[in-house]
Every structure is written in structure tokens, then in C-alpha cells.
Design a protein around this ligand. Sequence first.
Ligand code: ATP
Ligand code: MG
Ligand code: FE
Length: 335
Amino acid sequence: QYILGIETSCDETAAAIIKNGREIVSNVVASQIESHKRFGGVVPEIASRHHVEQLTVVFDEAMKQANLDFKDLSAIAVTEGPGLVGALLTGINAAKALAFSQGLPLIGVHHIAGHIYANRLITEMHFPLLALVVSGGHTELVYMKEHASFEVIGETLDDAAGEAYDKVARTLGLPYPGGPHIDRLAHEGQASIDLPRAWLSEGSFDFSFSGLKSAVINTLHNAKQKGIELEAKDIAASFQASVIDVLVTKTAQAVDKYQVKQLLVAGGVAANKGLRTALENEFGKRDGFELVIPPLSLCTDNAAMIAAAGSILYEKGVRSNLALNANPGLELLPY
Ligand code: ATP
Ligand code: MG
Ligand code: FE
């Protein structure tokens, strides 16, 4: 079984082919970061235009690297949402055109289901499991009792973790995307500044990062008024310590409550060195428990993860028709 995956939900144009749900045959990603950098964030219109230009290039390359023909493919999986509507539409229309012209099944995939299924390219999934999704637009704890059964047990009430990283980085005058810069600075500084941790109500697995972001801005502002020079590296270290503390503590509580066998980590913020170390310290040596953190290239947006999720949906008989539309606010529900 070969599944072609297409992903265009944000600022990466990607195509990939996965064999039998777990083996990467080809995985091509064209990033647009350079085009968006000078605007300090992703500009939706520019993203759509780039996708239109890059889609055929990326798709051709994925087919060429795989050395496969259309007749070898079992289905085409494409990100249906959430994401930028114009960006999503470019990938969906390409996938529809290919599915129609080649007579192949079409499968709409939830972007976050894709991020979670990136883990299946590393290891087999053992249920029940928990996925910690930390990306540019999402911070969620997802419980899965079996394949394609997604239950969101906690999510951010405001900013996503990655969004908070990018906003704090911007405040510190660092380039977009700011996550990697804060991560680097955090390792040079000391977590010496007292910043809040949003625990929310007792037993809640929800998150909130906008208060932390405001606290960073206020701390900088107050220090400036008093003529105190705060070091960016210490702000970065203190901010990162707060984010990691909340993420790891809540995840540990959820792992205990749901008695899961695996913790899968997903999304761009999983690239964070401090978070990876903290997760390894907390979950790395538990008996009968597996912590899975994919390599960086599978944490950020790619199409291999969409094909991996698409493969399970294909086996489950999930199919979309040619009326498939972009759904920017698509909810993550059991398929
Ligand atoms: P979503 O999947 O929710 O739609 P997205 O696909 O745009 O969002 P990803 O590509 O998964 O998000 O991740 C991008 C985010 O990851 C950015 O906010 C970026 O700053 C953050 N990020 C990347 N590397 C690091 C790092 N080392 N530390 C912290 N954050 C990081
Ligand atoms: Mg991106
Ligand atoms: Fe993503």
C-alpha cells in the first residue's frame, strides 16, 4: 500500500509517499519561511501563491524520489483543515485533480491527526496512548484508545505554545519564527525572573499562555521604567522554564490519570531542546511506558505525517468525495 500525502495548511508546501503506513518512501518539503520573515509572521495571501507555484515541483520530486507511478498508489491523502483557508484550498484542489484524473480514492486528513501520526513513522503505536501536541497553532493533550480515535482532553484557552514563543521572541526583537531563538538563548541564560504558571482549575488539562506572554511584556516594561537592564537570555530562560513546567506537569497528571502505555509528542515546539530534555527526565525511564519524540523534520509541518494518518484512515474505509472543501476550523474528532 502506497499513500501519497499533500500538506499546504500553512507555510510549508509538502508532498510525501508512505509505504504500508510506516515507511517513508519520499518526503519533500518546500518551506516559505524566507518569504514571510520580513513580515514577522505568515502572510496568508503570500502563502497561497507560493503553494500554487511549488505544488507541482514538490509533487513531481516526491514521485521521482519514490520511483513510483500513479498506478502504484492506493490513495491520496490531503490536509483538510485546520489552517489558512486559501493555503488549504491549493493542496485540496491539487489532490482532487489528481484523484479524479487517476481514479484514486481521496482522503481528507485533520492536520493535527497528521502531527500525531508522524510518531507512527518512528514506532508502532500502543493503545491507550496520549499525544502532547505543541505547535504554532495548537497546544493539546489527545487521548487515543485505538487508531483514528482522537479525544481532546485538554487544549489551550488562548495562545498556543508556539504562538507564545513567537510573540515573546518578537518582544525581544528576535526574528520569526522565534521559537528556536528563544530555545538557544534560554540555554545561555538563568531562569532568574519570576514568571507565572497558568495551572487553571484543579484537574484541568487545559492550557493558557497569554498571561505568561503579558507577564513577560510587563516585566520588560517595568524594568525599563526603573532603569534596570534585563538580559534577553534570562527572560528567555525564565519564559521557557514556565512553559515547560506547565506542559510537563499537566502531561504527567494526564499520563497517570489515563494509565496510558505511550506518550507521543507532536508539533514544531517538540523541537525545543529544553522540552525534550524535561520530557525525557520525566518519562524516559518509566517501566512499561514509552516516550516517543520524532526527529525535528517530522515535528514541523510535512506531508509524510499526512500520508501516515491517511494510511490508517484508508484501512478504516474513510473516503472523501470531490466535494471535499477546506475547513479552517476543523475539529479533531474520532473518525
Ligand atoms: P499548527 O500545526 O498548529 O497549524 P504550525 O504547523 O504552523 O501550527 P509547526 O510547524 O508544527 O506549527 O510549529 C511551528 C512552531 O514551532 C512555531 O511557533 C515555532 O516558533 C515553534 N518552534 C520551532 N522550533 C522551536 C523550538 N526549538 N523551541 C520552541 N518553539 C519552536
Ligand atoms: Mg510552519
Ligand atoms: Fe502544523
